[in-house]
Design a binder for this molecule. Sequence first.
Ligand code: GAR
Length: 207
Amino acid sequence: MANKLNLAVFVSGRGSNLKAILNRNDLLPLVTVKGVFSDKIDCPAFEIAREFSIPTFHISFSTKTPYDVASVLIAEFKSLDIDLIVLAGFLKLIPGTVIKEYRDKIINIHPALLPSFGGKGMYGMNVHKAVFKSSAKVSGATIHFVNEIYDEGKIINQKAVDISALKSPDEIAHRVLEVEHLLLPDTIKLFANNKIKIINNRVEILN
Ligand code: GAR
């Protein structure tokens, strides 16, 4: 059997996507979550990590320079032998040095259908409020590679949801989150099974 994929998962808040990864039994033989990283020492997601006996790493993005943050992160990734970095509700910008070193090995989940409703400041409920205000009839979740610009890396996987009958940003958030909890573990599984390839500068999912 191929080696397991070693994951670093980044979180800033509640951690429901982290939980969705950890509760997916079909992923367990394929991946190991080696560490959960956060910019917030008291985020609820750290509690989930501890419940699953996964080491937590608090990285202070506000008191360190991007260079120092990058040095700490790269050192931890190397010592944990990380293959894939998963941003699961992580709200800070990953330093450029880390992105360069781990090009096409960092993925993010975004709670809308990119390239719409993304960019700086577009996170969490801000996204759902903008979607609701626009009167869009579909929303959904996107998994994309992380590059130097917020939400602009190439799209790996998406799932749309019909929101035409929903009456508030909260209802949209709830519906999209259900989809996120499937799409993120599904996409990690595709990575673990070597099904995600970049061909002619496009991301393709192999059968
Ligand atoms: C999720 O909806 C995720 O898509 C979003 O934050 C939420 C985190 O929830 N991420 C962004 O908005 C990034 N731009 P969780 O902590 O319960 O997984």
